[in-house]
Design a binder for this molecule. Structure first.
Ligand code: HEM
Length: 147
């Protein structure tokens, strides 16, 4: 069994699951903050809170951890020499920003859970573009591998 290809397959499954959550959670925040603005009933708010918490705990957290673990195993397999390559440094920069964004979304989730959301729907619509841009940049960097 080729362990490099095994790690890469699991890495890609984890990354796809993580990205799905990073793209979908701010979308739920848009609907949730609109519902607050429009004084919608409390049971609708509870449904949003459950959706947000389950998405974060059961999909996004495990997927992020698996992305890092199998990304780390890939680094170990292809060799540490790659730390000097531009593609590798850019990739690491982008995934660190994605990870910070992940924890920022968690802060927003906690604020919603405490009925203390600080941002309007437009804010969540705008930040929803961050993972899209980072996803496109990361894929081009890792496939074209500039030296
Ligand atoms: C979480 C931290 C991450 C680390 C440490 C990491 C590290 C790596 C490493 C070392 C490789 C192998 C590169 C090679 O063999 O040439 C790889 C492959 C890959 N990674 Fe990541 N990665 C991470 C997150 C991500 C994310 C967030 C994405 C997508 C948005 C992504 C997309 C890919 C793709 C598409 C490949 C396959 C590239 C190819 O076979 O040409 N990775 N990753």
């Amino acid at each position: 069994m080729n362990t490099y290809l095994l790690f890469k397959s699991i890495h890609l499954i984890a990354v796809i699951s993580w990205m799905a959550g990073l793209l979908y959670l701010p979308r739920i925040f848009v609907y949730h903050s609109e519902a607050i603005q429009n004084n919608k009933p409390e049971d609708l708010m509870s449904t949003f809170k459950v959706m947000e918490r389950r998405l974060f705990i059961y999909i996004m957290n495990p997927a992020m951890i698996a992305s890092w673990i199998f990304g780390g195993l890939l680094i170990y397999t292809i060799g540490i020499d790659n730390f000097g390559s531009l593609w590798f440094q850019l990739k690491l920069l982008f995934v660190v920003i994605l990870t910070i964004y992940h924890f920022f979304l968690f802060q927003c989730l906690r604020k919603f859970a405490e009925n203390n959301n600080s941002f309007p729907p437009k804010f969540y619509r705008i930040i929803n573009e961050i993972p899209t841009i980072l996803l496109i940049a990361t894929i081009f960097i890792i496939v074209f591998k500039p030296l």
